[in-house]
Design a protein around this ligand. Sequence first.
Ligand SMILES: *Cc1c(COP(=O)(O)O)cnc(C)c1O
Length: 449
Amino acid sequence: MPLLELTMFNDEQAAATSHQPPARSRKLEAGSWEPEAGLSHVWLPYTQMQTAPTPLPVVSAEGVRLRLADGRELIDGTASWWCACHGYQHPHLIRAMTEQLQKLTHVMFAGLANEPAYTLAARLAAIAPAGLSRVFFSDSGSVAVEIAMKMAVQFWLNVGKPEKRKFISFENGYHGDTMGCMSLSHREFSMHAAYRHYLPAQHVLPLPRDAAGLEALDRAASQLKPKTAGLIIEPLVQCAGGMKFHTPDILSAIWHICKRHDLLFIADEIATGFGRTGTVFACAQAGITPDIMCLGKALTGGTIGLAATLTTEAVFDRFLSSRSEQALMHGPTFMGNALACAAANASLDLFEREPRLLQVRHIEARLQNALAACRKRKRVVDVRVKGAIGVVQLRQADPTYIQTLRQKLVEAGVWLRPFGDVIYIIPAFTIGDEDLTTLARAVYDALGA
Ligand SMILES: *Cc1c(COP(=O)(O)O)cnc(C)c1O
């Protein structure tokens, strides 16, 4: 189509050439924007579009506050899915990104180096569990996990054990939405069950809770090891799969099982990383160094997509060879994006300059207190808190009830997004006491009546 026609292609023409009803698009003044205008063109995440309520229009955000088009403000208890750990629009992040934007936004990572990415790699290696010294950048958590899986499979291929190519993972785990990642979740009882016939088969086992569970895992690992490349776990907290916790002792024991049976230990710290569980990385509480570790989400302080897969030198060394086919064949187009890496460096500055881990400890104590009352609610079977993660577990909840809850929470002036049978609070670490209390109170109230 000639350029002129393209630029003239408007809604009337769209209506004439498409069997879809025309979009209700109209020019909107700043502040008066309504998402209905574009809703006929977007496809929302994890959403049955036929029954989906219209998402709330956010026009700006600051700290823990989301400002809506109609002027309402919501206190955010989600950090936009674990990401915005310093609150929204932190001036230091915005300044660093603005400065980077004016110098260099992106150059390819093959053959060209950019300062923010190289600096970030060194800084991540310095704060990661000792020994994780190599950083492979990508642009989303799912891709970081895919890369971890490819690294593990090819590690054994390069060692001369190509038959070691399956993975052990855990029920209620979640590692992302792409094919390899989905294969790590339970085939029947996960949100990805619809794709089960398309996925490679893995060994999805119960996560050990006690000595007997650990023995069972040890037996399974011993049996499966000839054909298994590694084990992957969300350390301390299984997040999107149900917000389930396990102890550092269990985590450490699982790591020892991997060592005993020659399995690479892969820590998916995409959600738990950067302070969420009370230490910079959850693995630190078990005193272990994974062979491979995946990072994402809060890596850029919630500003822009970036992920990383870290490995030890021992893993990396297995890819060094005079044979080109022993190299890792992966390279996201936007790998090492300078703007995203500048944001991540600025986020790390904030972890150095501001007392984030103390804040997490404080949030933990506050949430313990503030959520305790929810135990009295009829539908609640458990309330648990770890670091800056507060979870209220319901007896059972159908999607309609969850939808009602979501609505009540918004009416109470808070942004929380219960799913499955849990309500969870994962706020920015900078949240104040009063706002945290308001979040917990809103949950308690919404569970009434
Ligand atoms: C969110 C998440 C992912 C996937 O990250 P995306 O950036 O959404 O692809 C993987 N693993 C864990 C533990 C996560 O929480």
